[in-house]
Ligand binder design. Sequence first.
Ligand code: EPZ
Length: 427
Amino acid sequence: MDIIRVEGGHLLEGRVAVSGAKNSALKLMAATLLAPGKTTLENVPNISDVHVMGKVLKYMGATIEVLDEHTLCIDTSAVNSWEAPYELVAKMRASTAVMGPLLGRMGKAKIAMPGGCNLGARKIDMHILGLEALGVEFDTDHGYIHADASKGLVGATVTLEFASVGATENLIMAAVKAKGTTVIDNAAREPEIVDLANMLNKMGAQIAGAGTPVVTIEGVDELHPVTHRVVGDRIEAGTFIVAGALMASDAGVEVVGFSPIHLGMVIKKMEDMGIVIDRIEGGVRVHRAERIEPVDIQTLPFPGFPTDMQAQVMVLSSLADGNSIITENIFENRFMFASELVRMGANIRVESHHAMVHGVEGLSGAQVTSPDLRGGAALVVAGLIAEGYTEVSAIHHIDRGYERFVEKLRALGAQVERLTVPDFIDD
Ligand code: EPZ
């Protein structure tokens, strides 16, 4: 099995450039279904989730040319299927992002019901309710969702019960081809949604208000292929900023390739914790914290504190001078990371959606298991400051969303390596 082993105590310095955002790239890839022809995506992260989304599109008849490691030319001219198969959806829930584009392109979609994941149920009821308002009829059988828009997509006003990222995206991608006007109220405002709307508008869509709670879409008859550059990954950036806050040398660590405004609440909260973060061209420079102040954090839809940075900030707060409360409002089960961090000496008590973090003097290296993508990366970051060696397993989670995570950390001076070790022999 592959593990990541990190030796704590080595200072970091230099500059790291983050990759394109996973949570934008996957939707942009799905959206190419709406514009028959060759769409070129630049700054695409070379991560396993992108490879899976590529398989989904190829399954439907698209062809993908890899122009270079981060540039894909996706030709959806010959797409002739409307099915996202179980074996791919089971691998990656984000495959459900093809539902909206398939309805806009083919008038139907057959999507394996996404299972749960380590974060909780991950339902898509809001996707379905919103699409039904646009005239889509749904049926489910044998673990598949059958969506039928053969009577036509008709613009409507949809108020989301919760500002769901995925539901907002699927609705936008169906509404761009609906007859008339669609208004999405209580829409998610994440920067990745703005990136998607920007590309769709370049393709000929008419979307206004992306990034605000009310998104208005005027349906059009057709969209044309374009070239688009994926927005920088704010969560990857935040992960490296936390690493720098823990272990930067006097020169600080520079994190570039993203927009700091996309990480506003994270930077504010880290500054509240006493961490010095300078704005620089293309990103930020972060300095090592002499002393970490405790902080209270609520994870919320953008521009609130992102749930995808919850584990990383928990590492910081575990070393604060005092008690922090971290409340997870987005997912019902995103504290498994806490129990791994406790194995490294953190003092955390979880009560329902709240984690009470009592700061400790230091962490100690241990063998730990990645609970999910962000928790895995946060465990490696914790290992940078922990005494001794930390060995992180189940690192396939990390590979889903972090391109060359080990190499990027090594380039900053971390003593970290990827190893293959024998699996434990079952008795
Ligand atoms: C996206 O997931 C991201 N994934 C997640 O990033 C991110 O944590 C999340 O948005 C919130 O920012 C991708 O973009 C691929 P939601 P998504 O719809 O779209 C519930 C990472 O680490 N819900 O906003 O699934 C849902 O169960 C990943 O990169 C319903 O109940 O997020 C969850 O509890 C993890 N019904 C909450 O809402 C629905 O119809 C947030 O879901 C839809 C969602």
